[in-house]
Design a protein around this ligand. Structure first.
Ligand SMILES: *Cc1c(COP(=O)(O)O)cnc(C)c1O
Length: 364
């Protein structure tokens, strides 16, 4: 049996009738950009993630970039970002004209460390972008306190954390804004690209709606240099079909994570942690071992797909080669030792058993 790392087509198979109906509804309505589907999805998504409002945009990268711009971040500013993340977190800061300044994660949880963040703050720092990495919420209270103390804007990169919670509050309830991606592989994925920003201040929402639509508040009136970054009606209609299933899918992800955790507890690997009060969305299940490459080959030979998140941290990428970055040993170590196991709502118990058996049969 093959256990693919990810089966993005499985949600279509599960919900084909409803998705096809949503598709036809949009096609027949004849309105494809910024219409009633996007508006309805924004209301439904904001409610689901505990936010006051939502603004649909074209991607997770744009969600981050436009959130920072809406909060006034721009050239001359510094923004603290985690050293270990998908490069989009850094690119969004660069896209505003500001400078990303890396701070290291807490090695056990992988999430940006509030203490390291404090040390990275200078008089030019305008914002912090913590990432709920792999679906695990960061220490949101610590970042809210830090932001209040230093008068910083706080934007959470929630691209991997749809449905994650802190206590009984969904992660979208925190900070000035949260940025979401609906890339197909995410916990809530579209059938193409998409993203959203959630916020609590309606003025931020107004600014975002202008920025995503050519900086326009009225047709052919342009108040600022905005972008064309809109969530399609079709993608919004598909997301409205999928959203009611998110919690159930995340519950299945958590059950798989718990089985991996129990079954691998005796092995010499670092397992993901879920600190008290924080409920992961289990976007990824990432283990750590010095023998990462050997283990990945062994699993591949037994039909189990794995991926490394992320093999080259942003500060080692050519894209940031010209900027002067300090030593970031924790990011380097995570990049060298991390391996993501298959996890997803449609993975069967038999497939999970096979992943576990294959890891156990590795000559530890
Ligand atoms: C996927 C992702 C993004 C970017 O989302 P896109 O929709 O692909 O632009 C940003 N940050 C993180 C942490 C991600 O995983």
């Amino acid at each position: 049996m093959q256990v693919p790392f990810l089966d993005v087509g499985a949600t279509y198979t599960e919900l084909a009738a409803e998705l096809d109906a949503a598709h036809q509804r949009v096609m027949r309505h004849g309105w494809y950009v910024l219409g009633r589907e996007v508006e309805a999805f924004e209301t439904e998504f904001a409610a689901a993630v505990g936010a006051g409002g939502a603004c649909g945009v074209a991607s997770g990268l744009d969600a981050l970039t436009l959130a920072l711009r809406a909060l006034g971040v721009g050239p001359g500013d510094e923004v603290v970002v985690p050293s270990m993340t998908f490069i989009a977190t850094w690119l969004s800061v660069s896209a505003t004209g500001a400078t990303p300044v890396a701070a290291e994660p807490d090695e056990r949880s992988g999430g940006l460390d509030p203490v390291a963040t404090r040390h990275a703050i200078t008089e030019r720092t305008r914002a912090v972008v913590p990432v709920h990495l792999f679906g695990l919420p960061v220490d949101v209270e610590a970042f809210e306190a830090l932001a209040a103390e230093h008068d910083l804007r706080l934007v959470f990169d929630a691209a991997q954390a749809h449905g994650a919670r802190v206590g009984d509050r969904p992660v979208g309830a925190h900070g000035d804004a949260s940025a979401w991606s609906f890339y197909p592989a995410k916990n809530l994925g579209a059938f193409g690209d998409g993203g959203a920003v959630t916020f609590s201040d309606p003025a931020v929402g107004d600014r975002l709606r202008s920025l995503r639509n050519y900086g326009s508040s009225a047709k052919y009136v342009h108040d600022e240099r905005g972008a064309n970054s809109r969530l399609d009606e079709l993608q919004a209609a598909f997301l409205r079909v999928k959203l009611p299933h998110l919690d159930r899918w995340n519950t299945r992800r958590a059950a798989i994570a718990s089985r991996y955790g129990d079954a691998l507890a005796e092995l010499p690997v670092d397992l993901p942690v879920e600190p008290p009060g924080r409920t992961s969305a289990w976007h990824l299940f990432v283990i750590g071992t010095d023998r990462r490459d050997e283990l990945a080959e062994h699993l591949d030979a037994s039909g189990v797909g794995t991926v490394v998140h992320y093999p080259i941290p942003p500060h080692r990428q050519q894209a940031y080669a010209a900027s002067c970055v300090a030593e970031l040993p924790i990011a380097d170590r995570l990049a060298a030792r991390s391996l993501s196991l298959p996890i997803g709502p449609h993975l069967t118990d038999a497939q999970v058993d096979q992943v576990i058996a294959s890891i156990r049969s590795f000559p530890w």
